[in-house]
Write a protein that binds this ligand. Structure first.
Ligand SMILES: Cc1cc2nc3c(=O)[nH]c(=O)nc-3n(C[C@H](O)[C@H](O)[C@H](O)COP(=O)(O)O)c2cc1C
Length: 215
């Protein structure tokens, strides 16, 4: 099995930007880190990529429930849980909304791999936040991060989606937004598509210089 150090190292090498000169700290920690029980978590994080092609098989609801429970166990400001979550795996909803989307954006459907507006995912989780709480978007992001990684650990792919949430704010999509039934005051922030991956995209490069230790 690949250790996480190899995966991180590999990503570093293939990154178009970002140096990867080993620091003194790397050497010091290497022995302590080898075979660490946290390898599985790090490997899951480093193996995840956004998936935009899925097998037709939907994710069953028991599995989804585990993913959702991982989501709501995310850290969140003052334990306010300033999110609301709706899960849609009904093809009628997804395809009906997609028909409106392609009417408004005909170019989208020209791609021969296009199946639906949620980057082809058979299951979509919609996340709304409470704009009256200033850290609510952070809460919702952490919620989604937990769900995405829990899914990854079970072989389920995902793609975080901002574009479709924007479309759902338009007049033509209002009926679908209403069907989600978010509470008064909550605002749809983003969605996450889930499904069994039918592609294995390469990692996109990360800019390591954006991260610095401050001595
Ligand atoms: C807030 C947010 C919104 C995103 N919106 C979209 C989207 O509308 N469509 C899409 O295909 N991908 C979307 N993505 C996925 C990003 O494009 C992707 O995470 C990024 O390119 C890095 O690739 P990776 O996830 O494979 O590491 C979004 C991601 C985030 C975090």
């Amino acid at each position: 099995m690949k250790t996480w150090k190899k995966i991180v190292g590999g990503l570093c090498l293939c990154a178009a930007v970002g140096g990867c000169a080993p620091s003194a700290q790397d050497g010091k920690n290497a022995a302590a880190e080898a075979g660490s029980p946290s390898d599985a978590v790090v490997e899951t994080i480093m193996a995840r990529r956004s998936i935009r092609q899925y097998k037709a098989r939907p994710v069953n609801r028991d599995t989804l429930q585990v993913i959702l429970d991982c989501g709501i166990n995310a850290p969140n400001g003052q334990n306010k849980q300033s999110w609301e979550v709706r899960v849609v795996d009904n093809p009628e909803f997804i395809n009906g909304l997609t028909a409106l989307y392609t009417k408004a954006n005909p170019k989208a459907a020209e791609d021969p791999s296009f199946r639906n507006m949620f980057r082809n995912a058979p299951t979509v989780v919609f996340i709304a936040n409470d704009p009256s709480y200033d850290f609510s978007q952070v809460d919702c992001g952490l919620l989604g991060g937990n769900m995405i990684l829990a899914a990854q650990s079970m072989g389920i792919g995902s793609c975080c989606l901002g574009g479709p949430a924007r479309f759902m704010e338009t007049e033509e999509a209002a009926g679908y937004l209403e069907q989600l039934g978010f509470s008064e005051g909550y605002k749809l922030l983003y969605c996450i598509g889930f499904g069994y991956p039918d592609e294995s995209p390469a990692a996109k490069p990360r800019i390591r210089e954006k991260v610095k230790f401050v001595d």
